[in-house]
Structures are given as structure tokens and as C-alpha cells.
Design a protein around this ligand. Structure first.
Ligand code: TYD
Ligand code: MG
Length: 458
């Protein structure tokens, strides 16, 4: 077989060199050269002169109306929380990257998922990290020993593809992509070049054969490590598995999904018999303090298609620094800075000279603006050392002019809060239901401006 040529490509400027060097000869950046396979030259290809009309005939160009547009066939994994995040199930030829910290439960989730899939479809689980015996022991713990699942311990991508081509599974899991390498590259396994090349070959296989491909990828705290981040653009769906340290809850989030909504959240609890789905997670993150505490506000956010009750905590403390800190965990830090300016300008509440910390309890990240109002009320509550009553729930966007703007799906949010025993809701006027339309047992207070909202809590 002809030897495969490699070349080195600068990941800063794209320059190509035949030999590795510490510094890119084109742009002068250091440590940016990565090994890549040179595309094998095809038999015709180079040198052949094109003849006019060569591409005539069935041109491949179609009118929009002729394009088939039936839904992509999906098959569910029948782990409902996973299917929800996937946008309804797996799509033939779809490639899913599952990222997360080591030990969070990626292997556990996928072993359980493919064991279920294997009841109807062919499934092959390739492990590059563990021995088959270890996988077997985990399967025993999960109670999926009767699944017709095929296993393979292998780290060479060429071997995996060859075996997968023979076994023809409907679903192929590769755990993890960092352990897989191509024998055609000289560099060490685990490096960016190896991860990218192995993933590219597997993705190509999945697309060519219509196989569903799961790639597992470890992420470090900094989100670095040679790995998942460089793969995000190569795959159809990117799922991240996260948790608050010490919590048994695990959140599965789609950060990219070519086949569905990108903000769905799946919730699991880690138990000794594996991951259990949390079917109704709306209130699991509420701490329910015995006494009302200053700086705590309960809000209703929407994660994908369902409402979630969350606690937001703020701590405002006199700062020893000339440049006080503003730290947001679970919220956008820049937005917090902006909101604090609105609080000062339009409600006369100054945090000048104070450190401000805001945290979303449970390790959840809020990616919508409905947390604006509860964040500011929590800050003001901490600053004044006056708790917000415990039966209050709050949501609403805050504009730069100090106005309170409505958020989508107000009725859903109110209904969910009422279901969990909240009796007062402080919301944007436009989200307040008409007289008599509020959920039973709940009083809804609509506000138009930030200072009015603060006055409600005096
Ligand atoms: P694992 O799936 O191996 O994590 P990852 O593949 O993301 O590195 O899960 C690791 C942790 O989960 C491990 O610390 C043990 C725990 N665990 C349970 O608590 N219950 C179980 O049933 C299983 C299989 C694992
Ligand atoms: Mg693992």
C-alpha cells in the first residue's frame, strides 16, 4: 500500500509546510503547526483536463419544490431525558459528541442508552479506556446484562472502522475519542491532530453508512485539552454533561443540534444502579430555607420546553479593592455589570464600592433574560439585609431604561410556580394575567419599572 503522506498546517494562518517546526514559517506564530493527512490523490483528478459538458446529464441541480422534505426518520433511545435533548431521538448518519468532565457519567449514560437501543437495533460499543471486563461489570451494575450489545476494546481508528463495516451496527459508540489514534499519523494519541483525524474518519464512516455515531470526549475545567472543542464543528449534535460539584444531579444539555432545538435540558440523578431520569425536575434545585435569607430570590426560567424553578443568590459586601469585583456564576457576567448600572441609575441603588457575587444554585446556567429582575432584587435584598418573602417567585427582563420587559411563556411559568406552592409572583405587567386568570391560590403583581418592583419589597 502506498505510504500516506502527511503535512503540517498552521492552525492560526492555515499555511502548509512539509516539515514540522516550532514556528510557522508563514505567520511566525509559535506552536501552531499540526500534522494532517494529505488527501490521497485520486486516479484521475490531477492533470486531467476537463471537457465541456462533462457534468451535463443528470446535473444534480434540483428545484426547491422537488426536494424531498419528509421528516428525518428517528429512532428513540427510550431514555426519555436523552431523547428530549436529542430532539426526539437518533437520526441515521447523525453524529453526536458527548462531552463532560471525567467521572461525570458519560460512559454510564451511553452504555445504558445503547443497551436499550440494542433491543431493536444493532449496537456496537467501542471502548478505548476500559477493559471489556470493566465494561461488563458496569453493565451488571446497571442491570443491562441481557442486552444484545456488541463490545470491542480497540484504540486504532482504522481497526474500528474495519470492524464496524463488518458488524454493520445501527449505533456505534466510541468511548473516548481522546484514546483513539490513526496509525497513519506519527504524533502521539491524545493530541489535537490525532483526535481530529480519528474523528474525521469516524464521521466519514457514519455519513457513508448511515450509522449513528456517538463520540465521547473528556473536557477539562478550562474546556481545553486536546479534544471536544476542536470537534464541535465536525459533528451534528453536541451534548454536554454537567453537574455541580458534590451534587448527584446531572444536567445534559444540547449546545448544538442540527436535528432539534439547542437549549433542551435533560436531568438525571446518579445512583448506585446508574443514572435515573428525573421526570419532573422543575423544583429539584430549590433549597427551601427554614428561615427567609437575605439575597435569595426564586425565579422561573425555561429550559427548552419546560419551566424550571431556580434559586438565585446574591452577596453584596463592602470591597477592599479599588476596583470592586462583580462575579456571576450561572449568569452572564457582562450582563450583570450592565444590570447593576441600571439599578444605580434608575432605582437609586448603588453598589459602588461593593463586591457583588451572584450564583445560580444547583450548577444550572441560565441563558435567558428572565433572570434580570430576580438578580437585581436579590442584590438589593442582600445590600439591605432584607429577605424576599419565601412564597414569592420573580421573573422579568430589565431594559437599559429601567423598564421591565415581558418574557416568553409567562402563563407556563406562573402555573409551574403555583404548583409548587408559591403564592405571590412579581412579573412584568405584560406577563400578568387578566383579572381572574391567575393560577389558583396565586396573586400576580405586574410591574412596569424597576423602581416599582423594588418598592413592592420594601
Ligand atoms: P463514568 O460513566 O465512568 O464517567 P465518565 O465516563 O464520564 O468518565 O461514571 C463515573 C462515576 O459514576 C464513578 O465515579 C462511579 C459513578 N457511578 C455510580 O455512582 N453508579 C453507577 O451505577 C455507575 C455505573 C457509576
Ligand atoms: Mg468513561
Amino acid at each position: 500500500k502506498a505510504s500516506v503522506k502527511t503535512r503540517f498546517v498552521c492552525n492560526a494562518c492555515g499555511g502548509v509546510t512539509p516539515q514540522w517546526a516550532g514556528q510557522c514559517p508563514d505567520c511566525g506564530q509559535w506552536n501552531t503547526l499540526e500534522e494532517q493527512l494529505e488527501a490521497p490523490a485520486t486516479a484521475k483528478g490531477r492533470g486531467s483536463t476537463r471537457v465541456a459538458g462533462q457534468y451535463a446529464g443528470d446535473s444534480g441541480v434540483k428545484r426547491l419544490a422537488e426536494v424531498p422534505r419528509d421528516q428525518e426518520a428517528r429512532f428513540p433511545t427510550r431514555i426519555a431525558e436523552l431523547d428530549r435533548v436529542l430532539g426526539g431521538g437518533l437520526v441515521a448518519g447523525g453524529v453526536v459528541l458527548l462531552g463532560g468532565d471525567p467521572g461525570i457519567g458519560k460512559s454510564t449514560l451511553l452504555l445504558e442508552a445503547v443497551a436499550r437501543v440494542a433491543q431493536r437495533q444493532g449496537a456496537l460499543y467501542v471502548t478505548g479506556e476500559e477493559s471489556l471486563r470493566q465494561v461488563g461489570m458496569r453493565a451488571e451494575r446497571l442491570g443491562v446484562m441481557d442486552a444484545d450489545l456488541r463490545l470491542l476494546a480497540e484504540t486504532r481508528v482504522e481497526a474500528i472502522i474495519e470492524l464496524a463495516a463488518r458488524e454493520k451496527p445501527d449505533v456505534l459508540v466510541v468511548d473516548s475519542i481522546q484514546t483513539i489514534h490513526s496509525e497513519e499519523l506519527g504524533s502521539a494519541p491524545g493530541g489535537v491532530a490525532q483526535v481530529r483525524e480519528s474523528a474525521a474518519q469516524l464521521v466519514q464512516f457514519a455519513k457513508r453508512t448511515g450509522t449513528v455515531l456517538f463520540l465521547v470526549g473528556h473536557v477539562t475545567k478550562e474546556g481545553q485539552l486536546a479534544g471536544p472543542r476542536v470537534l464541535e464543528h465536525m459533528v451534528d449534535t453536541v451534548l454536554y454533561f454537567e453537574s455541580d460539584s458534590g451534587s448527584r444531579y446531572r444536567l445534559l444539555r444540547a449546545v448544538k443540534n442540527r436535528f432539534g432545538a439547542a437549549n433542551e435540558l435533560g436531568v438525571f440523578a446518579m445512583q448506585d444502579t446508574g443514572l435515573k431520569e428525573v421526570k419532573n425536575p422543575s423544583a429539584i434545585f430549590l433549597s427551601r430555607h427554614e428561615q427567609p435569607v437575605p439575597g435569595s430570590a426564586i425565579l422561573v426560567t425555561r429550559e427548552g420546553t419546560r419551566p424550571l424553578l431556580l434559586e438565585l443568590q446574591a452577596l453584596v459586601a463592602e470591597s477592599p479593592l479599588s476596583n470592586p469585583r462583580r462575579l456571576a456564576v450561572g449568569l452572564d457576567g457582562n450582563r450583570l455589570g450592565m444590570l447593576l448600572a441600571v439599578l444605580q441609575r434608575h432605582a437609586g441603588v448603588s453598589t459602588y464600592g461593593e463586591d457583588v457575587f451572584v450564583n445560580v444554585v444547583g450548577g444550572v446556567r441560565i441563558a435567558e433574560t428572565a433572570s434580570d429582575l430576580p438578580a437585581l432584587l436579590a442584590v438589593s435584598s442582600s445590600l439591605r439585609d432584607r429577605p424576599i418573602p419565601q412564597d414569592w417567585v420573580i421573573f422579568g427582563e430589565v431594559g437599559l431604561a429601567g423598564e421591565i420587559r415581558p418574557v416568553p411563556n409567562g402563563p407556563d411559568r406562573l402555573a409551574e410556580a403555583a404548583r409548587h406552592g408559591f403564592t405571590k409572583a412579581l412579573v412584568p405587567s405584560k406577563n400578568a394575567p387578566a383579572r381572574g386568570q391567575a393560577p389558583e391560590g396565586m396573586e400576580v403583581l405586574g410591574v412596569e419599572r424597576l423602581d416599582a418592583a423594588l418598592a413592592m419589597l420594601r
